[in-house]
Write a protein that binds this ligand. Structure first.
Ligand code: MSP
Length: 659
C-alpha cells in the first residue's frame, strides 16, 4: 500500500481576484504533490475557497443578488486558474458545499456536547473597519494611530471554543514535535504568542459565532447564530479529506495566517479527538499527536520593493503577468527565488534575468548543445562509456551526488536550495565541455572513446535534470525527456525506479528548444499592457466603503475657524527613516511653509512638485520626526484606500481662500 500524502493550501477568500500570493502557495503545493507522486506516495491535494462573511453579504446586497449567486460567480476565478495552469488539484472544496456545512455543524454539536464549546455573553471593543473584536493592546494601538473612532463597545451573545483549556497540550506539541511548524523561526513566533517568555495563562477562549451576520453556516438548533470564520474555514481540511488520508502531511499557509493554523486548528482537532479520561493538564497523548497535521509549512510574502503588495497601492502582481512567460517559467521562478519562510521582493527584472540565465542559457543551452553533438558525432545513438580520465571521473562522481542532495533538500521543503544545487551542477557541466573540448575530440578517431564518455555523461546529466525538475517544470522537462529519446511521461516515473547510470533505451531526437531568450524591453511593454487591462477590469467584489460614521453637526462659526488655502508645492523630499512622511515646501501666496504629509505610500516626491493642494493653514505647528510641520494637506480616502490629494483647479492662485 503506498503511503498516503495529504497536502493542502489555505482556502482563498473569494472577495479578491487571484494574485501572486495565491499563485505561489498553490504552485508550491502542486510541486510538492508531484514530487510525492514521484516518491511513489498516494497523494491527495486539496485547495478551495472560503466563501462566507460580511463582505460577501454586503456586496451581494448592493448588486441585488443573493450571496450564493455571488460566490458561484466568483469562486471559478480560482478553480479555473488552477485548471488553466495544469495544477494537479485532486479536490476543490468550497465552504458553501453541503458536505462542508454538514461537517461543521456536526463537529460543532459534538464539541458542544463535550463542553469544549459553550455559550456566553461577549463584551468588548469591536473594530468597525476590521469587523472583529480587538484586544486591549490592539485597541490602544488603534487609539495611538488616531483610529479611536473605529472602536465601538459591543455586547453580544456568542458561542466560545474553550481554547484556554488546550494551552498545556499545545505547548507540549510545540516542544516535543518541533516539526509541527516549519521553518523553526516561525515556530518560535507561535510559541511566543501562546506563552510569551514562557508565561502561562495567555490563551483566551475564542468566540466562534456571530448574530450580526447571516451569510454563514447556521449554528444547529440556535439559528440566529452563524459559525464565525475560523471554525468554519479551518474545518474544510477535515470536511474535504479523502478516506484513508487523514491527517495532512503538509499544510501550506502564509505567515499571516500561521497563528490560526498552529494554535486554533490543532486545538480544535485535539478537542475532537480527545477521549473521556484524557487529561488536558497531563501529557499530550501520542495517539492525539497522530491525528494532527504533521507539518504546518509557513511561507513568507512576495513584496514589492520592501513594501506589501496592496490594491490601494496598485502594485499587485497578477497571475496573467506571471504566466506571460509560460506556466513552467513562473513555477520555476517562484520556487527558485523564494526561500520558504522568508519574504522576498518581486521584480520583473529579476524574474526575466533568472529565466534568461537558468532556462534559456543554463539548461536550455546545455541541452541543445549536448543533444546536437550526439546527433552530429554519433548519429543520435547514445554510446557506452569505457574510458574515464580525471575530469570525467569528477563529473561522474558529481553526477552520483546530485540526486541524493536534491532529494534531501526537497524533503526539507527547500526547493530554492535544491534547484540552486542542480543548476550549480549544470554550470559545472558547461565548464566540463570547455575543458573536454568535444569538438576537438571529434576530429580524431583515436579519441572516439573519450568523446563517447563526454557525450554519455552529458546525456545522463540531462536525463537526471529532467527527472528531478519534473515536479517544478512538468512541461519543459517532458520536452527535454522526449528530446533525449525517452519514452512515456517523465512525471509517471518513480525516483526509486530511476537509474542515473542506466543505459539509453534508444537514440535521441531533435533537440526541442526548451526556452526562448527573453527580450526584456519588449516583454516589459507587453506586461505593462496586461497590467493596465487587468486594472481596468471590474473588481470581483466591490469593497464596501470603509469610512467612520458621520460626525455630529457643528455650527457655521465652528467651521469658519478653519482657514483653508490653496497652496502650490515647490519642493518635496522623503523624510529619512519614515515610512509615511514626505516633507514639502508649499507656497501659500503670502508665505512659504514646511509641511509634512503622510502620503509617501501614494505619491513619489517628484510627482508632487508643481501640484496645487488645499492646506489647513491655521493648524498649530507640530514636530514630527524632528521636523516642524506648519499646516496640513487635505486628502480624500476611506480606511482601505490610499490618500488622494484634493486638487484645486490650475488657475486657482496660491493663497486663495477655500470656503
Ligand atoms: N481565507 C483565509 C484562509 C483560510 S484557511 C482555512 C485567507 N485567505 S486569503 O485569500 O486572504 O489568503 C490566502 C493566502 O495568500 C494566505 O496564505 C496569504 O499568506 C497568502 N498571500 C497573500 N498575499 C501574499 C503575498 N504577497 N505573497 C505570498 N503570499 C501571500 O487568508
Amino acid at each position: 500500500m503506498p503511503k498516503p500524502f495529504y497536502i493542502t493550501t489555505p482556502i482563498y477568500y473569494v472577495n479578491d481576484k487571484p494574485h501572486i500570493g495565491h499563485t505561489y502557495t498553490t504552485v508550491l503545493a502542486d510541486v510538492l504533490a508531484r514530487h510525492h507522486r514521484m516518491l511513489g506516495e498516494d497523494v491527495y491535494f486539496l485547495t478551495g475557497t472560503d466563501e462566507h462573511g460580511q463582505k460577501i453579504e454586503k456586496t451581494a446586497a448592493t448588486r441585488g443578488i443573493t450571496p450564493q449567486q455571488l460566490v458561484d460567480e466568483v469562486a471559478p476565478n480560482f478553480e479555473n486558474l488552477w485548471k488553466h495552469m495544469g495544477l494537479t488539484v485532486d479536490y476543490f472544496v468550497r465552504t458553501t458545499h453541503a458536505q462542508h456545512k454538514a461537517t461543521v455543524q456536526a463537529r460543532f454539536l459534538e464539541l458542544l456536547a463535550k463542553g469544549d464549546i459553550y455559550k456566553a455573553t461577549y463584551k468588548g471593543l469591536y473594530s468597525v473597519s476590521d469587523e472583529a473584536y480587538v484586544t486591549e493592546i490592539q485597541a490602544k494601538e488603534m487609539q495611538a494611530q488616531g483610529l479611536a473612532h473605529q472602536l465601538v463597545e459591543l455586547e453580544e451573545e456568542s458561542y466560545f471554543f474553550r481554547l484556554s483549556s488546550y494551552e498545556n497540550w499545545l505547548i507540549q506539541l510545540y516542544e516535543r514535535y518541533p516539526d509541527f511548524v516549519q521553518p523553526g523561526f516561525r515556530l518560535n513566533e507561535v510559541k511566543q504568542f501562546v506563552s510569551p517568555g514562557g508565561e502561562r495563562g495567555n490563551l483566551q477562549d475564542l468566540s466562534i459565532s456571530r448574530t450580526s451576520i447571516t451569510w454563514g453556516i447556521p449554528v444547529p438548533n440556535d439559528e440566529k447564530h452563524v459559525v464565525y470564520v475560523w471554525f468554519d474555514a479551518l474545518l474544510n481540511y477535515l470536511s474535504a479529506c479523502k478516506d484513508g488520508h487523514w491527517p495532512p502531511q503538509v499544510q501550506l499557509v502564509g505567515k499571516d495566517i500561521l497563528r490560526f493554523h498552529a494554535i486554533y486548528w490543532p486545538a480544535f482537532l485535539m478537542a475532537m479527538f480527545r477521549e473521556a479520561g484524557d487529561d488536558l493538564n497531563g501529557e499530550l497523548p501520542a495517539r492525539i499527536r497522530k491525528q494532527l497535521p504533521e507539518t504546518i509549512l509557513a511561507h513568507g510574502w512576495w513584496l514589492m520593493g520592501d513594501t506589501k503588495m496592496s490594491k490601494s497601492l496598485g502594485n499587485i502582481v497578477r497571475p496573467k503577468e506571471l504566466l506571460y512567460f509560460g506556466t513552467d517559467a513562473a513555477r520555476f521562478f517562484l520556487l527558485r527565488d523564494m526561500q520558504v519562510g522568508h519574504d522576498r521582493a518581486f521584480s520583473f527584472d529579476a524574474f526575466m534575468d533568472r529565466l534568461n540565465a537558468d532556462l534559456a542559457n543554463g539548461l536550455g543551452n546545455l541541452a541543445a548543445r549536448s543533444i546536437s553533438m550526439l546527433q552530429r558525432y554519433r548519429a543520435g545513438v547514445v554510446p557506452t562509456p569505457i574510458a574515464f580520465d580525471e575530469v570525467d571521473l569528477e563529473v561522474q562522481s558529481y553526477l552520483s551526488r546530485v540526486a541524493p542532495e536534491y532529494l534531501k533538500k526537497a524533503e526539507a521543503h527547500d526547493f530554492n536550495g535544491a534547484l540552486e544545487g542542480l543548476w550549480a551542477f549544470l554550470r559545472h557541466l558547461d565548464g566540463y565541455i570547455v575543458k573536454a573540448e568535444p569538438w576537438k575530440l571529434a576530429k580524431d578517431e583515436a579519441n572516439a572513446a573519450k568523446l563517447d564518455t563526454v557525450l554519455v555523461l552529458l546525456y545522463r546529466a540531462l536525463r537526471l535534470a529532467a527527472v528531478l525538475a519534473a515536479p517544478v517544470m512538468p512541461e519543459l522537462c517532458q520536452k527535454l525527456w522526449e528530446s533525449l529519446g525517452l519514452p512515456g511521461a517523465v512525471s509517471d516515473l518513480r525516483y526509486a525506479d530511476f537509474d542515473v547510470q542506466g543505459l539509453a533505451p534508444g537514440p535521441v531526437s531533435d533537440p526541442k528548444p526548451l526556452f526562448a531568450r527573453i527580450d526584456k524591453d519588449l516583454a516589459m511593454t507587453e506586461i505593462e499592457a496586461i497590467k493596465i487591462a487587468e486594472m481596468g477590469a471590474a473588481p470581483v467584489v466591490e469593497q464596501p466603503l470603509d469610512v467612520p460614521p458621520l460626525k455630529e453637526n457643528i455650527d457655521y462659526d465652528t467651521f469658519a475657524k478653519t482657514d483653508l488655502r490653496v497652496g502650490l508645492i515647490l519642493e518635496a523630499e522623503e523624510v529619512p527613516k519614515s515610512k509615511k512622511l514626505i516633507k514639502m515646501k508649499v507656497d501659500l501666496g503670502f508665505e512659504q511653509r514646511t509641511i509634512l504629509g503622510g502620503i509617501k505610500e501614494a505619491y513619489a516626491p517628484a510627482d508632487l512638485v508643481g501640484r496645487r493642494v488645499v492646506v489647513v493653514a491655521n493648524l498649530a505647528p507640530r514636530a514630527m520626526m524632528g521636523i516642524e510641520s506648519h499646516g496640513m494637506l487635505l486628502c480624500a480616502s476611506d480606511n482601505a484606500s490610499k490618500p488622494y490629494l484634493i486638487a484645486p483647479p490650475e488657475d486657482a492662485k496660491p493663497g486663495f481662500n477655500v470656503r
